[in-house]
Design a binder for this molecule. Structure first.
Ligand SMILES: *[C@@H]1O[C@H](CO)[C@@H](O)[C@H](O)[C@H]1NC(C)=O
Ligand SMILES: *[C@@H]1O[C@H](CO)[C@@H](O)[C@H](O)[C@H]1NC(C)=O
Ligand SMILES: *[C@@H]1O[C@H](CO)[C@@H](O)[C@H](O)[C@H]1NC(C)=O
Ligand SMILES: *[C@@H]1O[C@H](CO)[C@@H](O)[C@H](O)[C@H]1NC(C)=O
Ligand SMILES: *[C@@H]1O[C@H](CO)[C@@H](O)[C@H](O)[C@H]1NC(C)=O
Ligand SMILES: *[C@@H]1O[C@H](CO)[C@@H](O)[C@H](O)[C@H]1NC(C)=O
Ligand SMILES: *[C@@H]1O[C@H](CO)[C@@H](O)[C@H](O)[C@H]1NC(C)=O
Ligand SMILES: *[C@@H]1O[C@H](CO)[C@@H](O)[C@H](O)[C@H]1NC(C)=O
Ligand SMILES: *[C@@H]1O[C@H](CO)[C@@H](O)[C@H](O)[C@H]1NC(C)=O
Ligand SMILES: *[C@@H]1O[C@H](CO)[C@@H](O)[C@H](O)[C@H]1NC(C)=O
Length: 337
């Protein structure tokens, strides 16, 4: 630890922090965090602002973890110098954009032809497994990191196709999210919009026509660039997919066949560390993030693969409490062939 730097920080920041009750302990926490999360600042004002936001998040994490009535814990991570509003703005999709996509897809005027509406499964005999976890079957690729690009929808779709490809063809291969970011766009007749958000089912439609190539062939860079379909025609092509009805039973049934692309409200997820998450405001669900459900446990908690790297959450995963937690039942798709 560079004590000269700490002393300098204290000297510089003391006037500002006197009113804020910033302890040495907090400054040390910030120094540790900032050595692991390198940042460029526009100016000194931004640096101070980030530091204050960090202290606020630090306090939030400490307060939460010191209460023993929670089913999940929090930790500092790559999002700890962002306010909740900024996190929603930069990392997630716009919820009105997502709502528009959902209403378009559920109107019978959808351009995507291969979608079937699932019929209710709740009258048929219950033959779902007590627990499902596709990770244990080797059907899920490693957790990826979308970076500062609202491309979650491509990770949700690629994850779905990767797992289906494994289940059908016994071949676990990383597919290219970047191809989807670059190519599932207005020029190709879609309303998805690169790092500004998009719709996983449009990725399925696109891939059914052009094929999705491997991550190795078309690596992730985290910004939108020119679409390059050289050689993608040999890639994986889903043939049909279906919408899952919005009950727990239907999602469980679907998960018995394969992972499922789901859309959630992740506004409050930024500092999740571990445990069963139930921290969403259920009276105000804003759908703004696409992820991949890979199973459920014996009490009905959903197991969800995220795309914020492995240092976030439970090795990149989150468990959500049963039923419609964070809106997880709202808008779900599965590949059928
Ligand atoms: C946990 O306890 C704190 C006070 O210690 C309270 O403010 C909070 O609402 C409780 N949370 C839950 C989920 O019960
Ligand atoms: C689809 O749209 C047509 C005309 O807009 C309407 O007549 C029909 O009832 C709709 N079908 C469904 C299932 O909503
Ligand atoms: C259905 O699509 C057609 C052609 O894209 C459009 O003109 C019409 O307004 C749409 N109808 C609805 C109900 O969205
Ligand atoms: C599903 O089951 C619930 C509870 O038994 C019932 O109320 C509902 O009507 C069923 N839905 C369908 C489509 O059968
Ligand atoms: C799995 O798929 C990848 C990409 O299509 C291909 O390069 C590889 O040869 C396949 N592996 C096997 C064992 O079929
Ligand atoms: C997928 O890519 C990651 C790197 O992002 C790599 O570590 C992993 O081994 C790859 N998985 C497969 C099945 O190729
Ligand atoms: C397009 O993709 C092909 C095949 O992966 C690659 O050889 C080529 O360099 C790419 N072109 C550009 C402009 O990135
Ligand atoms: C949840 O959202 C409702 C409706 O906007 C709001 O009234 C309530 O205060 C929110 N609850 C929390 C804990 O933020
Ligand atoms: C919520 O989930 C639990 C566990 O799966 C189940 O017992 C309960 O009936 C569900 N509640 C509702 C309202 O669906
Ligand atoms: C499920 O869908 C029905 C019909 O579209 C809707 O009325 C209901 O509010 C939805 N329930 C949930 C939990 O999203």
């Amino acid at each position: 630890m560079n004590s000269k730097f700490i002393l300098l920080s204290i000297a510089l920041l003391m006037p500002l922090y006197l009113a804020q009750d910033i302890s040495i302990e907090k400054l040390l926490a910030y120094n540790k965090w900032s050595s692991q999360n390198l940042r460029n600042f526009l100016n000194d004002e931004e640096k101070l602002f980030r530091q204050l936001v960090f202290f606020e998040n630090l306090q939030k994490v400490k307060d939460h973890n010191s209460q023993d009535n929670h089913t999940y814990s929090l930790e500092l991570n790559q999002f700890s110098d962002m306010t909740e509003e900024e996190f929603v703005e930069k990392v997630l999709m716009k919820s009105d954009f997502v709502d528009l996509h959902i209403s378009q897809a559920t109107s019978n005027n959808s351009t995507t032809s291969a979608i079937e509406e699932s019929t209710s499964s709740n009258s048929t005999s219950d033959n779902t497994a007590v627990t499902v976890d596709w990770r244990t079957k080797g059907a899920v690729t490693s957790v990826k990191n979308q970076g500062q690009c609202g491309s979650c929808w491509t990770f949700s779709a690629a994850g779905l196709m990767e797992s289906f490809n494994f289940i059908k063809n016994k071949n676990l291969t990383n597919f290219s999210e970047q191809q989807l970011v670059d190519c599932v766009n207005f020029a190709n007749g879609y309303s998805s919009n690169g790092c500004n958000g998009g719709n996983p089912t449009q990725c399925l439609d696109y891939s059914s026509k052009f094929g999705i190539t491997t991550l190795q062939n078309y690596p992730y860079v985290g910004f939108q660039k020119k679409c390059n379909i050289t050689g993608t025609n040999n890639g994986f092509k889903p043939q049909s997919w279906k919408k899952i009805l919005n009950t727990s039973k239907d999602l469980q049934n679907a998960l018995n066949f394969s992972p499922v692309s789901v859309v959630v409200d992740a506004s409050t997820w930024s500092h999740y560390k571990s445990g069963v998450y139930n921290g969403c405001n259920q009276t105000k669900i804003r759908l703004n993030h696409a992820v991949l459900a890979v199973g459920y446990d014996s009490v009905g908690n959903w197991i969800v693969k995220n795309s914020w790297g492995t240092s976030w959450g439970e090795e990149g995963y989150i468990r959500l409490s049963p039923n419609n937690t964070c809106g997880i039942l709202s808008y779900n798709y599965q590949i059928t062939a």
